[in-house]
Design a protein around this ligand. Structure first.
Ligand code: MF3
Ligand code: CO
Length: 274
């Protein structure tokens, strides 16, 4: 039995506002990303921007998470904590994951940035991870099963000998940061409940491929290695990882991407599809 929450147009209007706060916040953080900057400063800029928009940084205090943003550098896959001793260096990549709670609704999305001059193979990882997200969005139409999303991501990135994590997934989002269904970045077995659940009007969810260079312990899937803080999740082999996340709602007209990278495209000089 599925416990997927079905939202209405009023809810969607609020979700779009929350997503707008995240878009603005990501762009503000993007403006200050450069070699030498402490991660704590990025976190402060993000938190201030969220609060300036009368929203709450929803990660702060969530299951004890200590910061406003998740800032994951190089081999950190997700949930990197901005510790005071961490600084950006030329050649790093950093994923900035922002969750803002406004009027009871969550905005949650993420982008991976280049810091200074980044190695070509890492730039390709970022480009292809974002492409896998767009491929997944293309298949996420009314009537498609949620397992198609993961299948699309895994198939797309595995041609480059990349792999996706077993532990971290996309998810329903709305009044809670994490709702059902959980949406793996890989194909699930035929009889798992998610393989039968179909995308339908009223649903609200995040698609978030996390991808690392090189195969995992299980070929196209890898198991992350956790630091002692039990948050910081790293690739098992030290290879860099990328993470892109968009937020989607499904109206009667179809699937709509409510998150946007356009503002931050203006900051970093990229053409962004959504
Ligand atoms: N977007 C992240 C996720 O969906 C945010 C997690 S907030 C944290 O997992 F508090 F758990 F870090
Ligand atoms: Co998320």
């Amino acid at each position: 039995m599925s416990k997927v929450v079905i939202y209405n147009e009023e809810d969607f209007a609020k979700l779009r506002e929350s997503a707008n706060v995240v878009a603005i916040t990501l762009a503000e953080v993007a403006k200050v990303i450069k070699p030498g900057v402490p991660l704590t400063y990025l976190d402060q800029v993000g938190e201030q921007c969220i609060r300036d928009h009368h929203a709450i940084p929803a990660c702060k205090g969530y299951m004890g998470y200590p910061a406003a943003l998740c800032l994951s550098v190089n081999d950190v896959v997700v949930h990197g904590i901005p510790y005071p001793n961490l600084y950006l260096r030329d050649g790093d990549v950093i994923s900035v994951d922002v969750v803002a709670l406004l009027n009871g609704y969550h905005g949650d999305f993420c982008y991976t940035f280049e810091v200074g001059e980044v190695a070509e193979e890492t730039r390709l990882l970022l480009k292809r991870t974002k492409e896998s997200l767009y491929k997944a969005i293309e298949v996420a139409k009314i009537g498609t099963t949620f397992s198609e999303i993961g299948k699309t991501i895994e198939e797309y990135v595995s041609q480059f000998h990349y792999s996706v994590p077993q532990e971290f997934t996309g998810h329903g989002v709305g009044r809670h940061m994490h709702e059902e269904p959980s949406i793996p970045n890989y194909a699930v077995r035929k009889f798992d409940s998610i393989s039968r659940l179909r995308i339908a009007p009223g649903m609200s969810f995040c698609v978030e491929p996390m991808v690392k260079i090189g195969q995992g312990q299980n070929k196209t899937r890898f198991k992350s290695k956790f630091d002692d803080d039990e948050w910081t999740a790293r690739t098992p082999d030290g290879q860099p990882a990328a993470h892109f996340e968009h937020q989607l709602v499904v109206t009667e007209k179809g699937t709509e991407v409510i998150s946007s990278y356009k503002l931050l495209g203006e900051v970093i000089g990229t053409e962004e599809l959504y």
